[in-house]
Design a protein around this ligand. Structure first.
Ligand SMILES: Nc1nc2c(c(=O)[nH]1)N[C@H]1C(S)=C(S)[C@@H](COP(=O)(O)O)O[C@H]1N2
Ligand SMILES: [Mo]
Length: 424
């Protein structure tokens, strides 16, 4: 890795700040699990030895996410505590981050120089489209879409599955503006042989080996032609933030967010199921049949994850909160499903013996999450748990316990439970 020359680093980046930002410092402290008494004196470009490379500082200077929990810094992975997901539309600062590699330089610079989106493979007219052509040549659309990492909830599996130990917060619902992938594919002319698309981004492999692809996933043509599958350049009214894929990303709602490629550079139309990086083996694939926890499942017995399961989250109150008795407590959260709308949302405060139906708002559009709320009065002082359970239009309901164990710990949609102390 690079030698540390803080003064040169600062100069070469044309940056007059001398010390690491307060937000970066806070992240360092959180990662180290302790205060850094002289932290204000850490020069910009210098990473505490205990944390690793100066690349980390450069990336963290582009990411402003106060309150998010850092699971890893190289690559950057951050999840959102449930209470910070209370907004109907998740603000950019609160949207989780899942990077598999390092962010491309262009994202930090906000530069479009030399950038095109390349469309090739099973199309009549392979093309390179500039941002101007994308923004002016196709119908511009907007929608609120849930992105949820396939591994959200992984921390709940036992034996533990390798990977980021996401709890509940690798999910968000932001407003995206862009164009339909469908319109661009039809413009290029899909051949009859087209069955799948694969994306390529500009992010950099952790090894910094330019011949290595960080991640290249995709989805079937039917999903690519769905009116809700987008090429987006705006998130909540701002150009895509560096960490969320500037200048352009896919939005493939309802599917594992790993299909929503960031820092997009190329889309290739395949005549077979795409076999790019993280499409094969155990990556984003589930056993075709239920397996006992800890089973070593052969790769040929795994299948690609498509729709994400029904799920919900309690965004208020927060676990551990104290509430007075004889007072109605407002409970609220969101519910979503990759298969479509939510048909019912229920909560229980007696360990699942009885359930109370909540109010449920219609989604802003298909694949947006749905706000739910309900007032609950607790009968007396003591320890309570609130359990929240969503059911979707297919009749699928969240399980009470962690569902089918699988080698990489995907698709844990167990009910969210919070602990509440009611005081006299
Ligand atoms: N090019 C690229 N696209 C990517 C990734 C990545 O590492 N590189 N991570 C994927 C994964 S696994 C997830 S869960 C989502 C996370 O999107 P977010 O960081 O905007 O929340 O982006 C997906 N798209
Ligand atoms: Mo992910």
């Amino acid at each position: 890795m690079s030698t540390m020359k803080p003064e040169n680093t600062a100069v070469s980046r044309g940056d007059r700040r001398q010390f690491v930002k307060a937000s970066t410092l806070a992240t360092f402290s959180a990662m180290l699990g302790m205060d850094i008494p002289f932290g204000g004196l850490i020069p910009q470009g210098l990473t505490p030895v205990a944390l690793g490379q100066d690349e980390v500082v450069q990336e963290m200077d582009l990411i402003h996410k106060p309150g998010l929990r850092v699971l890893n810094l190289r690559p950057v992975n951050m999840e959102t505590p449930a209470l910070l997901l209370d907004d109907e539309i998740t603000p950019n600062q609160r949207h989780f981050v899942r990077n598999n590699g390092l962010m491309p330089e262009r994202a930090g610079q906000g530069s479009l120089s030399g950038w095109t989106l390349d469309i090739d493979g099973e199309v009549e007219r392979p093309m390179k489209l500039s941002m101007d052509q994308l923004q002016s040549g196709f119908k511009v659309v907007e929608g609120a879409y849930v992105l949820e990492c396939g591994g959200n909830g992984r921390a709940g599996f036992y034996p533990p599955a390798p990977g980021n130990q996401w709890t509940l917060g690798a999910v968000g619902c932001a407003l995206y503006k862009g164009i339909r992938l469908r319109d661009v594919l039809l413009h290029a002319g899909l051949r009859n042989s087209a069955v799948y698309i694969g994306y390529y981004g500009e992010d950099i492999h952790l090894s910094r080996d330019p011949s290595k692809v960080v991640i290249s996933r995709g989805f079937p043509i039917s999903k690519a032609l769905d009116e809700h599958t987008l090429l987006a350049w705006e998130m909540n009214g701002e150009p895509l933030p560096a960490v969320h894929g500037f200048p352009l990303r896919l939005i493939c709602p309802g599917w594992p967010a790993s299909t929503s490629g960031k820092w997009l550079k190329r889309i290739t139309v395949r005549n077979v199921v795409h076999d790019g990086e993280k499409m094969t083996g155990h990556s984003y694939r589930m056993p075709k049949y239920p397996v006992a926890p800890g089973t070593d499942v052969p790769a040929q017995d795994m299948e690609i994850i498509s729709e994400m399961p029904v799920k919900s989250i309690i965004t208020f109150p927060e676990t551990g909160m104290e509430v007075p008795q004889n007072q109605e407590v407002p409970l609220r959260g969101h519910a979503w499903s990759g298969s479509g709308n939510i048909s019912a949302m229920d909560v229980s405060i007696d360990f699942g013996q009885t359930w109370k139906r909540t109010e449920l708002k219609a989604p802003r559009n298909k694949f947006a999450w749905q706000r739910w709320n309900v007032g609950i009065q607790f009968p007396g002082p003591g320890y309570y748990e609130v359990w929240a359970r969503a059911t979707d239009v297919t009749g699928a309901m969240q399980p009470m316990v962690v569902p089918g164990w699988n080698p990489r710990g995907y698709l844990n949609n167990a009910m969210h439970r919070i602990a509440i102390k009611v005081t006299a």
